[in-house]
Design a protein around this ligand. Structure first.
Ligand code: SAH
Length: 344
């Protein structure tokens, strides 16, 4: 039975005060909220900001991301560095280079370094553990984002000092997931996330907005899955079509819809670490900034050496910084301050 249509005020009330994940109307309330006319959604942005300020204060966490390899074994249909792309050059940073970059990021003031890569088995458990130890010794938090690996590998890296792990589930719809990934199933992805949680990582899930075939009902379930997995972070960004991929001609995800989903995630999970994603800043820098007015409290900045950046082309990102690490961070700090927030 389809629940009755509700107005903006009662939807907001339901999402704010009755937000147990078991609530039978939660998915439908999220879906209805996403479909509201923009003026009716404004109270949701406001509530998200209020909750963000209540839980996090005015602080915005700046995090450095080092993209250290684009050699990938997977075939994700949306991704510019998928294994089948024979056009791009492949690179792997050396240990010393990764450590130098991490040291420069720490020097510039970053307190977290995210080590991200394609799914590259060349980095065995021991090779990556050595890098993690080196980065952790700089006194920064280490976040990993290197894809699906075994429980044993995850355990070794946790022992080496990694604190958080980002692994987006991309969509909560298993049929849609299957259509995008010849290389794995949603179930395997979620198993990895649960394993990471058991090992004591702070776990980051997340998904893309605007994948071809996705509906508002999918997005409602995507938001609910964050809670079901117990994510403490969520990467939620628009899909950006990438050349040399099977989805190169698909439409770009909507930045406005992305901002709405961020707000709803903040309302449902007030303590969540919620980045205003790089993909959002690439397609709509002004909406990326508006995301901080709508519940976001984290921003990631690439510190990957310039000579590699163009090859870590998950999606086209024109002008992702050619300045140096400290200057880039200063610029970002200025933006955050201009939004009346405090960069940390
Ligand atoms: N290989 C690792 C991390 C790198 S990919 C992993 O799989 O987790 C990081 C994220 O980039 C992916 O989770 C996906 O959500 C995002 N991404 C990839 N291609 C994209 C595209 N075309 N548009 C927007 N985001 C994309």
């Amino acid at each position: 039975m389809k629940p009755p249509e509700q107005d903006s005020g009662s939807l907001l009330k339901l999402l704010t005060y009755e937000r147990t994940l078991e609530h039978p109307q939660l998915a439908s309330a999220l879906q209805q909220a996403l479909a509201l006319p923009e003026e009716d959604f404004v109270p949701f942005y406001d509530r998200a900001k209020e909750l963000c300020l209540r839980e996090k204060g005015r602080y915005v966490q700046l995090r450095a991301i080092i993209e250290f390899s684009n050699c990938c074994r997977r075939q994700c249909r949306y991704c510019g560095i998928r294994a089948d792309n024979t056009i791009i050059s492949r690179f792997r940073m050396r240990n010393a280079e990764i450590l130098e970059t991490a040291a420069a990021a720490a020097e510039a003031g970053y307190r977290t370094v995210i080590l991200q890569s394609a799914e590259d088995p060349w980095f065995t458990a021991d090779r990556l553990a050595e890098i993690i130890e080196g980065v952790a010794a700089l006194g920064v938090d280490v976040t990993l984002s290197v894809g699906e690996r075994t429980a044993e590998e995850y355990r070794v890296w946790k022992e080496a000092g990694a604190k958080r792990y980002l692994l987006k589930y991309e969509t909560s719809d298993s049929a849609l997931y299957r259509s995008l990934h010849a290389c794995g199933t949603l179930e395997q992805r979620i198993d990895c996330l649960r394993e990471l949680g058991k090992l004591g990582y702070e776990v980051g899930g997340g998904f893309m907005i605007g994948l071809p075939g996705q509906t508002l009902a999918t997005l409602a379930d995507d938001i609910l899955l964050l809670g079901r997995i117990g994510c403490s972070m969520a990467g939620i960004g628009p899909f950006v079509p990438s050349p040399y991929t099977p989805l190169k001609d698909a439409a770009t995800g909507s930045p406005q819809l992305t901002r709405r989903v961020l707000s709803l995630a903040r309302i449902l999970y007030p303590r969540l670490a919620l980045p205003a994603t790089t993909a959002l800043s690439v397609i709509a820098p002004e909406v990326r900034n508006a995301a901080f007015e709508a519940g976001a409290d984290v921003v990631m900045k690439t510190v990957t050496p310039n000579r590699y950046r163009q090859y870590y082309a998950i999606y086209p990102a024109p002008g992702v910084g050619t300045a140096e690490i400290a200057a880039d961070r200063k610029n970002l700090e200025e933006i955050i301050r201009s939004l009346d927030r405090i960069p940390v």
